[in-house]
Design a protein around this ligand. Structure first.
Ligand code: G3P
Ligand code: CA
Length: 243
C-alpha cells in the first residue's frame, strides 16, 4: 500500500502505549501494515515492552525498568494512566507480543539500547525472533548504531533500521550498518533526501506524525514513505482525502 501506516507503540492514540490492548487494536485492523514497539530488559534479563526507562509515567510503579525484576514489573498497572477502562493492562513481555503479532502484522522492534545499558539485549531479542521464526516479519531498529552492528553480526538475515532525529544521516552510514530502513523525525525530511535514499534501496519511515496536514505533506514527498503514527484513524482520513 502507498504511504503505509506504522502504528506507533501499538494504536497508542486509542489505548495505552505498548500494551497488548494497543497492539491488539492494530493487529485487528485491516489496513495498518506494521506495529512499532519499544523493548528493554527487566533486572532478570527478560525483554519487556515499554518506552520510558522509568516506570513512573505509564504505570503505577516507580524506578527504573532495568532495576526491576519481571515478577514485579507484571504487577504494575500500565493502563489506568491512559483511561480507567484500561485498568489492569500490564507491561507485556516481548514474547507475549510476538505471540499476538505473529503471522498477522510486521513488527518494528525498537531496542532501547544505549551503549552497554542492557548487556545481551540484542542476543535475547534475536533468540526470541528465531524461536518464533519471525526473521522475515520484523525489522530491528535503534538509535544506537553499536546495537545494530551487533544484531547484523549475529543474525545477518534480520533487517535492521537506524533511527535518527535531526540529520545528517548518510547512505554510506546505513550501508556500513547493513541497514535498509531509516526511521527519521518527519520534520527533517526533504524531497531530495527521500528520493536519494529510495534510489539506493533504503526504506524510509517518518516518525511520529499525528496530524492530518503534516501526514499529507510527507505523503506528497514520496508515495513509499511509511507514516508512523499514534493515530492510524487520522492516517486513514489522510489517505482517503489524498494530498
Ligand atoms: O521509531 C521511531 C520512534 O519510535 C522513536 O522515538 O521516543 O517514540 O521511541 P520514540
Ligand atoms: Ca519507539
Amino acid at each position: 500500500m502507498l504511504n503505509a501506516c506504522v502504528a506507533h507503540r501499538g494504536w497508542s492514540g486509542l489505548a495505552p502505549e505498548n500494551t497488548l490492548a494497543a497492539i491488539k487494536l492494530a493487529v485487528e485492523d485491516g489496513l495498518i501494515e506494521m506495529i512499532e514497539i519499544d523493548v528493554q530488559l527487566s533486572k532478570d534479563g527478560i525483554p519487556v515492552v515499554i518506552h520510558d526507562f522509568t516506570l513512573d509515567r505509564t504505570t503505577n510503579g516507580t524506578g527504573h525498568v532495568k532495576d526491576t525484576m519481571l515478577c514485579e514489573l507484571v504487577t504494575y498497572d500500565a493502563g489506568s494512566w491512559f483511561a480507567p477502562a484500561f485498568a489492569g493492562e500490564k507491561i507485556p513481555t516481548l514474547e507475549e507480543v510476538l505471540c499476538l503479532v505473529k503471522g498477522r502484522k510486521k513488527l518494528n522492534i525498537e531496542l532501547k539500547q544505549v551503549g552497554e545499558l542492557y548487556p545481551f539485549m540484542e542476543m535475547k531479542v534475536l533468540q526470541l525472533i528465531q524461536e518464533f521464526d519471525l526473521q522475515d516479519e520484523v525489522v530491528v531498529t535503534s538509535f544506537d548504531q553499536q546495537c545494530l552492528q551487533k544484531v547484523k553480526a549475529t543474525a545477518p538475515e534480520i533487517a535492521v533500521g537506524l533511527i535518527v532525529g535531526r540529520p545528517p544521516v548518510t547512505i554510506e552510514q546505513l550501508q556500513a550498518l547493513g541497514a535498509k530502513f531509516l526511521a527519521i523525525d518527519y520534520s527533517y525530511i526533504t524531497k531530495s533526501m527521500v528520493q536519494e535514499f529510495f534510489d539506493q534501496g533504503i526504506d524510509i519511515m517518518a516518525w511520529t506524525i499525528n496530524d492530518k496536514e503534516s501526514m499529507k505533506k510527507i505523503m506528497n514527498l514520496h508515495p513509499f514513505i511509511r507514516i508512523c503514527t499514534n493515530h492510524p484513524e487520522v492516517w486513514k482520513c489522510a489517505i482517503k482525502e489524498g494530498g
